[in-house]
Design a protein around this ligand. Structure first.
Ligand code: TXA
Ligand code: MG
Length: 315
């Protein structure tokens, strides 16, 4: 049951100070980023981080991304090689997460890394997240603020519906502009794409001047969150559909006659920003069978198709 009494904070000075105080006390605060809403806790506090797993109902082997306000604070936690510095200086703040070797003295809870000796870190490009991180003054572990396996939240209302009653506070920062989770790149060895996301792989490859490696074995959970069924709305999902069947609700892309359309003009950036909102709307409509138009497999289309394939995977 969503909890109508959930403490909702406005992103003004008082709300941001209160949010930082709750994090300091070991509480859970959902906050907006440019990608999706995060569910934040002090990454150094075992009990607080355990609270994230409990609120989400998340399998404990799935490690979390740590959020920091800038590259300098990230360098205190992780070892950056040349490729990592190049990517971070080009794309931070922004929708890029880097997986890097964790420093021994970083002080990060083992529950954040799920026992790995690497850490996923990101500097979000969102004014509210930035002020919160600076006010708090420490690393904030934050997965997307949805119950495990469900669609990620891109508005405060999505967070309230999914996690109200299970978290301490929600900072309302409106709609997320990117609308898809960050792209995850490992710089532990040769730079490798672990998750397609809000920054197209082509842009990262152009920055590096080399192609990104793909995880060698798709069955190995190098990014353990990449379980096949994920991002799922309640209804069954069928992909690459030209014409929906009678009992299907069509989630369109481009110039098609659809109940909901990701982007009538066929714009991938708009489609990315609207994807999770549309999946939430299909849940609200009670759609039992969902058909989805073909989405081109380039740029942000790769991340959109990745999320849609997981939404369509057997559960
Ligand atoms: O845009 C985003 O990245 C959002 C916002 C809130 O920042 N966060 C997000 O977190 O999507 P989450 O927990 O839903 O996804 C984190 C992903 C998971 O697939 C997890 O397995 C992977 O990051 N990950 C975390 N630490 C890792 C590590 N050390 N090595 C490999 N993958 C890691
Ligand atoms: Mg997630």
């Amino acid at each position: 049951m969503p909890d109508a009494t959930l403490l909702t904070l406005q992103p003004d000075a008082a709300g941001l100070a209160k949010a930082a105080a709750i994090l300091r006390d070991g509480g859970l605060v959902s906050f907006p980023t440019e990608t999706v809403y995060g569910l934040g806790a002090d990454a150094r506090n075992d009990r607080a981080v355990a609270g994230i797993y409990a609120a989400k109902g998340r399998p404990s082997f799935n490690p979390l991304i740590v959020h920091l306000p800038d590259l300098a604070s990230a360098e205190k936690l992780c070892v950056f090689n040349d490729e990592a510095v190049r990517l971070a200086s080009t794309f931070w703040p922004g929708a890029l997460t880097l997986v890097l070797p964790l420093r021994a003295d970083a002080g990060i809870s083992k529950l954040v890394t799920a026992g790995l000796d690497t850490l996923a870190i990101r500097v979000p490009d969102h004014a509210v997240a930035q002020v919160l991180l600076r006010n708090f003054g420490g690393p904030v572990a934050a997965p997307s603020a949805n119950p495990s396996g469900r669609v990620s939240p891109t508005t405060a209302a999505h967070v309230r519906d999914g996690l109200g009653g299970k978290i301490n506070a929600l900072l309302d920062g409106g709609s997320c502009t990117v609308g898809l989770e960050s792209t995850i790149v490992s710089c532990v060895g040769a730079p490798a794409l672990l998750r397609a996301g809000g920054i197209p792989a082509e842009a990262l490859e152009a920055c590096l001047g080399q192609p990104l490696a793909l995880p060698s074995d798709p069955d190995t959970p190098v990014s353990p969150g990449q379980l096949a069924s994920h991002y799922a709305p309640q209804g069954a999902v069928r992909l690459n559909v030209q014409a929906a069947e009678k009992d299907e609700v069509l989630l369109g892309f481009g110039a098609v006659d659809a109940a909901l359309n990701l982007s009538p003009s066929g714009d991938l950036t708009e489609a990315a920003a609207r994807l999770f909102e549309c999946l939430h709307q299909l849940d609200a409509m009670g759609a039992q069978r969902i058909a989805v138009s073909p989405i081109p497999e380039h740029g942000l289309g790769r991340a959109i198709n990745d999320r849609l394939r997981r939404a369509a995977a057997p559960r």
